[in-house]
Design a protein around this ligand. Structure first.
Ligand code: HXC
Length: 264
């Protein structure tokens, strides 16, 4: 599959965790057409794990960058016309990540810039190593973050922080990003791998249909008014009440043991 050339994809059937590695380390995993297509193809490959499964096999996806230096240094500066062509195509990778049924975790270790930061913002969680650096350098190129960067940061951290990042182009530390609510967790460089694994394993062990409904609800909360959002949550709640996983969770609570959810 040519679309998978710029990524590596792995699936752990014990934990249900999929991993997509953006694999252009010599270009700090800059997003060219091939890499953007690769992220979508990787997600499709992982989603196929659910096809023959009884319940939900794919519980969470980790998106990471290959090499020592970067999650992703943004759009490939050699290919901006290609990038703008991509922006007008039907579904780009940002949207694909946002709408993906399983939670997607951006594992940020190093530079996370421009379209790379927007890719991370499209994910459900951002976990960063302490030495990571985040920012929007687009303004230095006479551009704005073209894939929703100002929109997302405004919703997470407010317009002042969004304008500061996007207008100055200055990079911030992972800790500052966490203080502003842009990053969920910052871990020491030494503990990073283990801490991320533990976070993702916990998430992967939660009832998958509930996790999926919570993702939908959170998106609804960003886009709708409160009344519409409350009605939507009540509908989701009613659906989850009917699931086997809810019955399993309740039984496990009563018997004081850990439930094993299946996504049914
Ligand atoms: C293409 C890139 C790249 C990029 C780095 N490289 N970023 N190639 N597109 N965005 C390449 C370099 O050319 C170099 O290739 C190799 O990766 C290593 O990078 P260095 O610059 O040598 O590393 P270093 O000196 O450590 O500096 C790291 C850096 C710098 C500060 C991150 O690379 C940098 O400023 N990169 C550009 C960041 C940026 O402006 N991104 C685009 C944002 S605009 P060689 O072959 O020389 O080894 C954007 C628009 C989104 O993302 C729009 C969405 C619709």
């Amino acid at each position: 599959d040519d679309d998978l050339d710029a990524v590596r994809v792995a699936f752990d059937d014990e934990t249900g965790v999929g991993t997509i590695t953006m694999d252009r380390p010599d270009a700090l995993n800059a997003l060219n057409g091939q890499l953007r297509a690769g992220i979508i193809a990787g997600l499709q490959r992982l989603e196929a794990e659910n096809e023959d499964a009884d319940g939900v096999a794919l519980r969470a996806v980790v998106l990471e960058g290959a090499g020592e230096k970067a999650f992703c240094a943004g759009a490939d500066i050699g290919g901006f016309s290609e990038e703008s062509a991509g922006a007008s195509s039907e579904r780009d990778h940002y949207e694909y990540i946002r709408d993906f049924p399983a939670p997607v975790i951006a594992k940020i270790d190093g530079y996370c810039l421009g379209g790379g930061l927007e890719t991370a913002l499209a994910c459900d969680f951002r976990l960063a190593s302490e030495s990571s650096t985040l920012g929007f350098p687009e303004v230095n190129l006479g551009l704005l973050p073209g894939a929703g960067g100002v929109q997302y940061v405004t919703k997470l951290a407010g317009p002042a922080v969004a304008k500061e990042l996007a207008m100055t182009g200055e990079y911030i530390s992972a800790q500052r990003a966490a203080d502003e609510g842009i990053v969920n967790r910052v871990y020491s460089d030494e503990g990073f791998e283990d801490e991320v694994d533990a976070f993702v394993a916990d998430l992967a062990g939660q009832a998958p249909l509930a996790v999926q409904a919570i993702k939908d609800s959170a998106h609804m909360a960003v886009q709708s008014g409160l009344e519409e959002g409350l009605r939507y949550d009540a509908k989701l709640f009613g659906e989850l009440l009917e699931t086997e996983d809810h019955a399993k969770g309740a039984a496990a609570f009563n018997e004081d043991r850990e439930p094993e959810f299946e996504g049914k």
